[in-house]
Design a protein around this ligand. Sequence first.
Ligand code: SIN
Length: 275
Amino acid sequence: MAEVARAGAGAIVTKSVGTEPRAGHPSPCVVELNVGLLNAMGLPNPGIDYFAGEISEAKKAGVPIIGSVFGGTEEEIAELASAMARAGADGVELNLSCPHAKGYGAEIGSTPQMVELVCRKAKHGLGVPLFAKLTPNTSDIAALARAAERGGADAVVAINTLKGMAIEPEARMPILANKVGGLSGPAIRPVGIRCVYEIFEAVKIPVVGVGGISSGMDAIEYIMAGAGAVQIGTAVWSLGLDVFSRTNKEILRFMEENGFKTIQDMVGVAHPGGH
Ligand code: SIN
């Protein structure tokens, strides 16, 4: 996390953390495809008690740390959120969207009722901003975003990975041990842009855009769709840590060349009446 901060990220979202240490799914758990990455990590993490120490270390890097949590019930998620805040996280992101971990993630976050309930419980007495990371594996992501807003989330994050599968023809079997995984990388950017665009028209709270961003122009696309901030994940794997400073420079150059003074001036300008 400290390295990512040094590389130019303005804030850091942690790996999702649960109550107990968890090994995740067996290997193979990642497949490199020509369109991106398919993962079925299965939410591996060392558990919140250990991770609390990581948060205090990471905070020394001097950028805000957003602690991501997942759980199986609204009570467990609320407890994890408050443990993250107690550990010093500057915000908490609820993973309501992992597409391949039984009983967690998207299994919790697929209905507006659950999203609202989980957000309400987690936000109660939290004391730091709450972000709800939503799944694109739904027919109506705007309804999930509205539910998060009703539940008291301070922002929504879109999108998590798209549920996918890859088969190895020679072996005649799925490549991932878990069979099903989540697709990330450039292929999902148009889906993410569409989701952010729809959410921007549905809620008043800020939207954080994520999914397939690997350049300044990709980030600007999300911002013009309505994102007030963006996250980068898979591109760190494909391009290395330089992606943060390069993206920042490209955004600044575009702003200078096109007369935008602040990021806020670009947010949502792709909507009718937005420019
Ligand atoms: C994982 O650890 O399984 C990936 C995280 C996610 O899809 O939310």
